[in-house]
Design a binder for this molecule. Sequence first.
Ligand code: F6R
Length: 260
Amino acid sequence: MEIIIQPNAEEASMIAARHVARLVRDKPNAVLGLATGSTPLMMYRELVRMHKEQGLDFSEVTTFNLDEYVGLSPEHPASYHAFMWDNFFSHINVKRERVHIPDGLSSHVPAFCRKYEETIVAAGGIDLQVLGIGSDGHIGFNEPSSSLASRTRIKTLTAQTREDNAKAFGSAEKVPFHVITMGVGTIMDTRHVIILAFGEKKAEAIAGAVEGAITAMNPASILQMHPVATCIIDEGAATKLKRTEYYRWVYDRKPEWQKL
Ligand code: F6R
């Protein structure tokens, strides 16, 4: 795993945006895996800027989002559909029919999940997956104890995650218990993963994911087995890592052609 530590969330987000932009320029019909939450917001803002000011073209891009709350309609302000359109899709030229977000209102969740997996395969697989990380180490909504081979399915959120996500709903009690999420195995099938984490609240989860043993108790730790995983974090999220000097040393010595 490549560990990139930046002075702040903004600089880290710029690097992530440049990765996405480079892929979209090199492969205009790229398939992106996308996350919601506060972490990727600055990255989305920068991609919108690149679209508006530099003509970054999303017209042939296909997207798959990681997750959605069960029971929320796309119009619900706290739904991940609303989040993605408000913060990203409405501001770029992505085609609506190429956007895929799990359907929180599906009447047959297992059938929907199977279809979601099939649609990813039919699109050619995900080229680049952007991830945040929960304070408990979840990726997507694969909470601790999730199978590390899991596919898209229904999951039950932990009390901690419902607490962490309370803001969008006004209180933790209003956060749905269930979500549809891409599985850990689904995420592991993507060609490149970028995991972003900002702030000391994420430091323990990042330390476990990067330097801990691979364990379902920290689902992000499976990324140690991903052939191309890039972990881009700020100083706060790096505070519990032991080998920060080495990670900085490696990054400073990156060959010019590899830099973004
Ligand atoms: C969101 C997702 C989650 C979040 C994680 C961090 O689509 O899959 O794994 O990335 O809960 O959330 P924030 O960024 O709000 O701290």
